[in-house]
Design a protein around this ligand. Structure first.
Ligand SMILES: [Zn+2]
Ligand SMILES: [Zn+2]
Length: 443
């Protein structure tokens, strides 16, 4: 006789057979003992988010942090709410994967992972907009916080501070910080201090390839993109990028003048600066290297930076550099030109002749294009641009990790690799600076 419970057993067996088994790798083991914080700095795809999710689910199913019908109150903070929802509900090894029956729910009051058997609360938060900041402040007390991709958060310091203010529920609150590191001064200021503490457990320099479950296609994509680049150590191996001794730029020249993206795109009613000329700088690839594609603009008045540095100021607005086929990069350059309604593309015609121009014109013959010639050495071209940075007149609008990694690592006359992104940047800014008011350039 077959009754309902037999059928149910069959279904359970079937479901168990088709579900992946969520098992930890050594670098995904949580700390033991009386710990407060856990930092996992790791390469992309290494399974750091899964490690944090697994630890959180175990905490929720463990001893209650408070009495009543909501034994745990938790925040998952990511660069944006969408990123948090990805970690909580969409990626393999998400919270909803690990605790069947839970789901991500958006409603008045916020976005949550609901359906925990014991009634626990997991709130999802971003760190990107003014609204996010308000929600971070209002998130209340909690016993556990996961900071996901911490180094990529726009309001990183605020997320960090707010997280601590509310972390006071239960006998032993915990935070878990997972991230691919970035050599961002505000990030380094936080982690370099906390990793010295006795109650903070550090798992670092975990590589992408340390995750044997990563699909071959993802692995080859990531290695194809980053291996052998100045950024490879960071993105693939979770190593912090160091500023190189003798590099032309330092983060100290970039960071203090960085502006949030609302300088060019209005963000919830915030003001934005009016861009003057917009120029796309292009450094064509030599062989298998990247094509540098960096877009910049001048700001002639009322820059949002509010300093009295002489005008024009300059905004670096996009870095679309990539390793692509000639047709691929030509398409990308034209798309960038159109997206920013740029006035001009400047491309380096050194040994490639006018190859860049003819490639681009194949895609769109109507673009405004000018060849530039690398008659001077890279250092001589770059130094006047560095001088603009020193004056505080160049603003990176948002983060350009790859470009900035090149800038702080490339040593003129010494580095063996070709800084394609820097070249593209220098072409764009040189065009803007020289076509502006020359008398102002070196003020
Ligand atoms: Zn708890
Ligand atoms: Zn400015």
């Amino acid at each position: 006789m077959s009754d309902a419970s037999d059928v149910l057993d069959d279904i359970i067996v079937l479901v168990e057979a088709t579900q992946p088994v969520w098992e930890r790798l050594p670098h995904q083991e949580p700390p033991t003992g009386d710990w407060f914080g856990w930092i996992i700095e790791a390469g992309r795809g290494s399974g750091k988010s899964f490690a944090a999710n697994m630890a959180m689910v175990e905490h929720i199913n463990g001893p209650p942090c408070r009495k009543g019908n909501k034994p745990h109150s938790i925040s998952l903070i990511a660069p944006t709410i969408g990123d948090a929802a990805e970690t909580a509900g969409r990626m393999p090894g998400s919270l909803t994967d690990l605790q069947p029956g839970t789901s991500v729910v958006s409603k008045t009051g916020g976005t949550f992972v609901e359906g925990w058997p014991n009634g626990s609360i997991v709130r999802l938060l971003g760190a990107h907009t003014k609204d996010d900041q308000e929600r971070l402040r209002a998130a209340g007390n909690r016993c556990w916080v996961h900071l996901e991709e911490f180094a990529a958060m726009r309001y990183l310091t605020e997320a960090w501070d707010q997280m601590h203010l509310g972390l006071r529920l239960g006998p032993r609150p915990h935070w878990v910080l997972t991230t691919t590191p970035k050599a961002r001064p505000d990030y380094l200021a936080v982690v370099e201090e906390i990793e010295q503490r006795d109650d903070v457990y550090v798992t670092n320099e975990v590589s992408t390839a340390d995750n044997p479950h990563l699909p071959e296609s993802t692995l080859s994509f990531l290695y194809g993109k980053y291996d052998g680049t100045s950024l490879g150590g960071q993105e693939l191996h979770g190593k912090r990028i160091e500023e190189a001794e003798g590099a032309l730029w330092s983060y100290g020249l970039i960071e203090p003048h960085r502006l949030a993206t609302h300088i060019v795109t209005p963000d919830e009613g915030e003001p934005y600066s009016t861009l003057g000329r917009v120029v796309v700088g292009v450094d064509p690839p030599g062989g298998a290297t990247e094509c540098g594609i960096v877009t910049a603009a001048n700001i002639l008045t009322d820059c949002l930076c509010g300093t009295d540095a002489p005008y024009p100021h300059f905004a670096v607005v996009a870095d679309q550099s990539a390793k692509l086929s000639p047709n691929g990069w030509a398409n990308r350059i034209v798309a960038t030109y159109q997206e920013w309604t740029a006035d001009l593309i400047v491309g380096e015609a050194n040994y490639g002749g006018d190859m860049v121009e003819s490639n681009i014109r194949t895609v769109d013959s109507s673009v405004s294009y000018e060849n530039v010639h690398a008659s001077r050495g890279k250092r001589i071209r770059a130094e006047p641009i560095k001088a603009l940075y020193e004056q505080g007149r160049v603003h990176h609008v948002g983060m350009f990790s790859e470009l900035e990694a090149e800038m702080v690592q490339w040593i003129p006359d010494e580095s063996a690799w070709s800084p394609n992104r820097i070249d593209a940047l220098v072409w764009a800014l040189t065009e803007l600076a020289e076509s502006g008011e020359p008398a102002l350039w070196f003020v």
